[in-house]
Write a protein that binds this ligand. Structure first.
Ligand SMILES: Nc1nc2c(ncn2[C@@H]2O[C@H](COP(=O)(O)OP(=O)(O)OP(=O)(O)O)[C@@H](O)[C@H]2O)c(=O)[nH]1
Ligand SMILES: [Mg+2]
Length: 286
């Protein structure tokens, strides 16, 4: 399904510029991808840009993804030579492993400086990824305190912010970046269902309706447990949204179901993992 994003906001272009400018002064890049969509939350153009620096990939929100597939993704990316850590940033799971990988990079940088007879200094890194993926939360985890602003919607971080972590690391937090056009039409849908794109700029009834159809086909039990619905695999999304709305009493004057509210409710509950864990991108060798 094609999800048309109505605009490519000016601040995205600005963020991309900022990213390019700051790349020159960092030693490494932490690329945060969403463990549910390691492909759809990764931009190849951006990757090319940052490839001048060592990149460590974080698969965030692993607590919302299917664990077997997350493990397969870590193997697959590591096999491609991309150091990868799956993390649950809410609990901190994976933090020690990430710190180990960052410290190994720091050692390399220090050795390089030493060889050139220069003084040792702290490691500088930049955290990149799509909006709402967990970049600022990751920095707070590494800093072990709430130094950056986080929130459950895209676009929380507005400008850049350097964060000092102990005396060995400095991390740059920047807003999330999206790209103006998606090569694979599924990408927009994936970014919309996982919460990387603001609901103001896509047709959430269309996205909610497609999500309902996919759940009816792949996860009928989840719809049954959460909403008490018995669905058919071929059921139309609009009919499922209607049933969800009726169950939750989302009615308009006159007793019709408020389809918009039903779609938003399904999307929000899905994003919180209330309909179970779901991985949308399958690793190539799985
Ligand atoms: N379940 C779960 N939620 C997470 C995880 N990491 C971050 N979150 C939540 O995701 C939301 C977004 O986190 P942020 O750190 O603000 O995301 P960001 O990438 O900085 O977002 P922008 O600044 O808008 O680009 C917050 O509500 C976090 O609590 C995770 O591993 N698991
Ligand atoms: Mg942020």
């Amino acid at each position: 399904m094609q999800v048309n994003i109505q605009w490519y906001p000016g601040h995205m272009a600005k963020t991309k510029r900022e990213l390019e400018e700051n790349l020159a002064i960092v030693d490494m890049v932490l690329e945060v991808r969403d463990a549910r969509i390691p492909v759809s939350s990764h931009n190849a153009d951006l990757a090319k840009l940052v490839a001048k620096r060592p990149v460590v990939t974080i698969l965030a929100k692993a607590d919302l993804a299917e664990s077997e597939l997350t493990a397969a993704w870590v193997r697959s990316l590591e096999n491609q030579g991309i150091p990868t850590v799956a993390m649950n940033l809410k609990s901190g799971h994976g933090l020690a492993e990430l710190e180990k990988k960052i410290r190994a990079l720091h050692r390399q940088v220090r050795e390089r400086l030493q060889q050139r007879g220069r003084q040792s200094r702290s490691l500088r890194g930049m955290v990149i990824g799509v909006p709402n993926v967990g970049k600022s939360t990751l920095i707070n985890r590494l800093a072990k305190r709430a130094v950056t602003k986080t929130g459950a919607r895209p676009g929380v971080t507005r400008g850049k912010q350097w964060v000092r972590i102990g005396n060995w690391l400095q991390l740059l937090d920047i807003p999330g970046v999206l790209w103006p056009k998606f090569e694979d039409p599924a990408t927009g849908f994936h970014l919309a269902v996982t919460g990387a794109i603001s609901e103001d700029v896509f047709d959430y009834v269309k996205v909610g309706s497609l999500l309902a159809e996919i759940l009816a086909t792949d996860r009928p039990k989840a719809l049954e447990h959460r909403f008490g619905l018995k669905t058919m695999p071929t059921e139309a999304g609009a009919a499922i949204l209607e049933a969800i709305g009726r169950r939750r009493g989302l009615l308009l004057p006159g007793g019709h179901v408020d389809e918009e509210k039903a779609a938003l409710l399904l999307l929000r509950e899905f994003r919180q993992g209330l309909l179970g864990n779901f991985t949308w991108n399958i690793p190539p060798d799985f």
